[in-house]
Design a protein around this ligand. Sequence first.
Ligand code: GTR
Length: 334
Amino acid sequence: MNSLISRRAVLAGMVASGAVLSGCARRLGPGLLTSVDTHPVGYPTVEGVRHFGDLLRERTGGRLDLRIYAGGQLGNERDTLEITTFGGIDFNRVNLAPLNSIEPLTIVAGLPFIFESTAHMRRVVDGPIGEEILASLERHGLIGLCFYDSGARSFYNTRGPIRTPGDMKGLKLRVPGSDLYIDMVRSLGADAVPMPLDEVYQSLAQGVIDGAENNWPSFENGRHFEVARYYSLTRHLLAPEVFVMSKATWDDMSADDQATIRQAARDSVPYMRQLWDEQVEKSRAIILSSGVEVNEVDPAPFAEAMTGMWEASLTTDRQRALVERILSARGASR
Ligand code: GTR
């Protein structure tokens, strides 16, 4: 066990036992709430949540405040989500992937190529469909507050450019721990290796994996581009990020505070999206100037290869109905 892992394990254990952090403001200090993120300080998701915290403080006259534990200090998304469900952590900003095994409706917004553009994705997640997905988390101990942007995910690897699904055959590609991602990569002929984000750099460097898939900021921020020198713009996923709250903490709050929290989260979205768009440009510039070979890709054969996994991933009528609604919202945003 390396020192980082043991520190995390210890911290997570302390969180779980309520020794360090606690979702309950009454245990941590009056009104001081906690939030976690796998990304470091400065990353748009962390700064979006920081803005949420600022709004919360302002709007409650300082009665409610937020402390953010960034950079995966308290563990990976899957583990911290579990702690969040029982109130050991109050807020959590995660990708949809770790929620896929918890709530089937989250799979719908994570299907490859379901969104035709960022505008389409934003319109869907900001409207009634997004509300329905957020509300579906409540029975799992989470209050879905809002969606943040996560750009487009594409494949990067250490071997060579990917131009067709045939180029992926035999590549060992890291995916987040979600069956949806595993099926997606397998349907393209590659081997899927589920692992947490913080293990990707070392695994690339040691040749344990050949590549992974992510957006420009995560490819850059995790320094993965220093090792994986080919980035192929499949843009297969526009799945958004989610900001959730522990239902245990929520249930302890007054209706007024709950309304303030919901509104502050919604109001942090445009701020986060502006930071996101700026970060994409910064990360793209860093990656390009480092000499990474970036290639455009015709997405059609990739989408075609993944049609079968759509069927396999959609197991309920409710999911299928949501897919229909998302597809029928295409077009207006072009
Ligand atoms: C990033 C996302 C993280 C995490 C990561 C991953 O784009 O912001 O929440 O899900 O991808 O691939 O694990």
